[in-house]
Ligand binder design. Structure first.
Ligand code: EPZ
Length: 417
C-alpha cells in the first residue's frame, strides 16, 4: 500500500499548473456514448477514475484511443453490451452516470446499485425517479438497477435535493427523449455546464445550464464532438489552501478564476493577498499566520463541500476559532480524527466542527479515508513539525494528478514510499 511521506515546515513558493476537472471529464467521457460518431476529448487529467471510466466504456464495446495530442478518442459505434458491473461500480460511484445515456441511446441498462462510501449513504433515488418520469421501466433486482425504454419521452422533473450527478444523468437521458424536458432545482456546478456545452456540441439542444432550471429539447440523434474539459476548480482551491496553510506564495495557472468566487472570498478572509488574471490566481500569505474562517458548505455557487476538508485543515493552525458546517453529506468529517492525531483541537457536534487554531501541529502516521479528506491531511502534513505519513493514498490518486510532483515543485518535502 503506497504511502506519502511529508516533512513539514516549508512555505510553498512557485507556480503550479492545473489539470482538467475530474468531475467534468467523467460525465463527458460517458456522454460520448450518446453519439453516432466518435468524440475527441482533451485536457483530460491522468487519474485513476479516468482510467476506470475508460475501462468501463471499453468493456461495453466502445473503442478508445489516446492520440499524440493526448486527446482521448471514443468511438461508441462498437457498443455491444450495456452493463456496469459491481466490481467496477464499487471502485467508482460515478459509474452510475452510464445509466441515463445507455437507456436513452440503447434502450436498456444494467448498472450495479452503487453502495455508500466513506462520506455518506449516497443514495441514487433521484436518478431512478427522474428516469421513470422520462418513461423508463426501472427496477432494482439483486443489487442491480435494471432500466429499459423503447424511446424516452420528455417530462417536467423537479429534484427534491440538488444532485450533481443526478442532474447530469437525467440531462444526458433527456437529450434523446421525444419532446422537451424541464429540470427544476437542477445543479449549477461548472462541471454540469461543461457537460451541457459538450452535449450541445454533439447536437443536443440544452438551455439554462448554470441556472437551477434546464430546458432540453429532445433530438433524434447526436453526432460526435471535439471538446476540451474545463480546469479543476477543486484542485485549484487545494493548491491555494496549500499556499495559505504554509504561509507561502503560489500562482495556480491554466485555471478558471470565476469558478472559485466563494473559495477566493474565504481565502481573502484568512488574510491572504490574492491577485487574479484571466487564467491564473496568485495567493501570497506574506509569511503571516492565517486567520480562522467559518465555512458552511452548499450547492454551487455556495461554498463547495469538496473544499471543506482543506479548509478544516487550514483552520487547525489559524488564529482564532472556526465553525465548519457540512450540509451536503452526513459523514464528511472523517479527516477530523486524523487531524487530531497531529494535535489539532477540533470538536464535532452533528454536522458541525468547531476548530480552535493551535500554533503548531506535530507529524504522525495518519490514514486517508476519502478523496478530499486525504487532500486535507496532506495539507496538514505540509505544515506539521517533523514527518507525517499518509496511508491509503490511492484515495488521493483518484482525484489529484501527480500531487507529490506538483507540491514538490513548490518546494514541499514530499515523497511516495
Ligand atoms: C458529486 O457527487 C461529486 N462527484 C462529488 O465529488 C461532490 O462532493 C458532490 O457532487 C457534491 O458537490 C462527481 O461529480 C463525480 P450529489 P454526487 O448527488 O453527484 C443527496 C469528489 O470528491 N442525493 O450532488 O454523488 C446526496 O446524499 C466527489 O470529487 C440523494 O438524496 O453528489 C447528498 O446528500 C465526492 N439522492 C446530496 O444529495 C440522489 O439520488 C448531494 O449529492 C442523489 C443525491
Amino acid at each position: 500500500m503506497a504511502r506519502i511521506e511529508i516533512t513539514g515546515g516549508v512555505p510553498l513558493d512557485g507556480e503550479v499548473w492545473i489539470s482538467g476537472a475530474k468531475n467534468a471529464v467523467l460525465p463527458i467521457l460517458v456522454a460520448s456514448l450518446l453519439g453516432d460518431k466518435p468524440s475527441f476529448i482533451s485536457n483530460v487529467p491522468h487519474l485513476q477514475d479516468v482510467t476506470t471510466t475508460m475501462e468501463l466504456l471499453g468493456r461495453m464495446g466502445a473503442s478508445l484511443a489516446v492520440d499524440d495530442r493526448m486527446r482521448i478518442e471514443i468511438d461508441p459505434r462498437g457498443m455491444t453490451q450495456f452493463e456496469a458491473p459491481y466490481e467496477l461500480v464499487k471502485t467508482m460511484r460515478a459509474s452510475i452516470l452510464v445509466l441515463g445515456p445507455l437507456v436513452a441511446r440503447y434502450g436498456r441498462a444494467v448498472v450495479s446499485l452503487p453502495g455508500g462510501c466513506a462520506i455518506g449513504s449516497r443514495p441514487v433515488d433521484l436518478h431512478l425517479r427522474g428516469l421513470q418520469q422520462l418513461g423508463a421501466e426501472v427496477a432494482v433486482v439483486n443489487g442491480n438497477i435494471e432500466a429499459s425504454a423503447k424511446r424516452l419521452k420528455g417530462a417536467n422533473i423537479i429534484f427534491d435535493t440538488v444532485t450533481v450527478t443526478g442532474t447530469e444523468n437525467i440531462m444526458m437521458a433527456a437529450t434523446l427523449a421525444k419532446g422537451t424536458s424541464v429540470l427544476e432545482n437542477a445543479a449549477q456546478e461548472p462541471e454540469v455546464v461543461d457537460l451541457a456545452n459538450f452535449l450541445n456540441a454533439m447536437g443536443a439542444r440544452i438551455s439554462g445550464a448554470g441556472t437551477n432550471t434546464l430546458v432540453i429539447e429532445g433530438v433524434d440523434s447526436l453526432q460526435g464532438a471535439e471538446y476540451s474539459v474545463l480546469p479543476d476548480r477543486i484542485e485549484t482551491g487545494t493548491y491555494l489552501v496549500a499556499a495559505a496553510i504554509t504561509r507561502g506564495h503560489v500562482r495556480a495557472t491554466r485555471t478558471r478564476p470565476r469558478d472559485l468566487d466563494s473559495v477566493i472570498e474565504k481565502l481573502r478572509e484568512t488574510g491572504a493577498e490574492i491577485e487574479i488574471g484571466d487564467d491564473w490566481i496568485d495567493l501570497n500569505m506574506h509569511g503571516r499566520r492565517p486567520r480562522a474562517v467559518d465555512i458552511t458548505t452548499a450547492p454551487y455557487p455556495g461554498f463547495a463541500t469538496d473544499m471543506q476538508a482543506q479548509f478544516t485543515a487550514l483552520n487547525t493552525i489559524a488564529e482564532g476559532t472556526a465553525i465548519i458546517t457540512e450540509t451536503i453529506f452526513e459523514n464528511r468529517f472523517m479527516h477530523v480524527q486524523e487531524l487530531q492525531r497531529l494535535g489539532a483541537d477540533i470538536t464535532v457536534k452533528g454536522n458541525t466542527a468547531i476548530v480552535r487554531g493551535v500554533r503548531e501541529l506535530n507529524g504522525a502516521p495518519i490514514m486517508a479515508t476519502d478523496l478530499r479528506a486525504s487532500a486535507g491531511l496532506v495539507l496538514a502534513g505540509l505544515v506539521a513539525r517533523g514527518t507525517t505519513l499518509v496511508d491509503r493514498v490511492y484515495h488521493i490518486d483518484r482525484g489529484y494528478e501527480i500531487i507529490e510532483e506538483k507540491l514538490g515543485q513548490l518546494g514541499a518535502r514530499i515523497r511516495r514510499i
